[in-house]
Design a protein around this ligand. Sequence first.
Ligand SMILES: C[S@@+](CC[C@H](N)C(=O)[O-])C[C@H]1O[C@@H](n2cnc3c(N)ncnc32)[C@H](O)[C@@H]1O
Length: 239
Amino acid sequence: MATSSAPDAGAKLAEKAEVRDYFNSTGFERWKRIYSDSDDVNKVQRNIRLGHQKTVDQVLQWLQEEGDLPGRSFCDAGCGVGSLSLPLAQLGAGSIAASDLSEAMVEEARRRLEASGLAAERVQFSASDLESLQGRYDTVVCLDVFIHYPQAAAEEMVRHLGGLAERRLIVSFAPYTPLLALLKSIGQLFPGPSKTTRAYTLREDGIVAAAAEAGFRPRRRSLNQAPFYFSRLIEFERG
Ligand SMILES: C[S@@+](CC[C@H](N)C(=O)[O-])C[C@H]1O[C@@H](n2cnc3c(N)ncnc32)[C@H](O)[C@@H]1O
């Protein structure tokens, strides 16, 4: 069951190790297929794919509307298999640093970069957790990663990522709603029988307040949905 209380440091580390293990094993196999055009997915997984694609497409649209992609630097925090970074590189983004907790996801992202025919240096993929990210980027994006963060930790992470962003911060997360709160277990958002990680819904006002503490205000929002997928996307700008 999702909770919003902040676990202690030991529990946080244990939960992160669990998430890493999951995305290096059964989770890797599952999400690699969801984030692909493979037919080897069930109905739930296909719907999650559709919903996630809406989120990625919305971000790409916002970034293109902003213009000057070649002049901007991007950080794709928790990049998975590169579902955002690869099309962003195709669109000509200046530099992209993309990282993920899971070595397997990063390895798959590198493989897809190579298969795409793009030059290897167009995206710098690395294995790293969000907490270790450093540097300064024009835009920091973190999509569908906060599902693994309880409220207080997610807010802390928004402040951290905001500190890396010069101009813009874009995050998506499963929003807390009374309807979702009624679900017995938010694990129902995960496909298939193996729900080996906990999942958290987040209160949007807390995320917005954390971004404000880092100097950002909301500019645009969207709610991207499909059956079994429900994700609030917010673009924050400095000021
Ligand atoms: C649902 S996938 C989303 C991937 C990608 N952002 C996308 O939208 O395609 C969640 C990803 O978050 C990564 N992740 C989970 N906890 C993380 C952490 N603490 N630091 C970095 N990545 C993390 C997982 O390994 C997984 O690849």
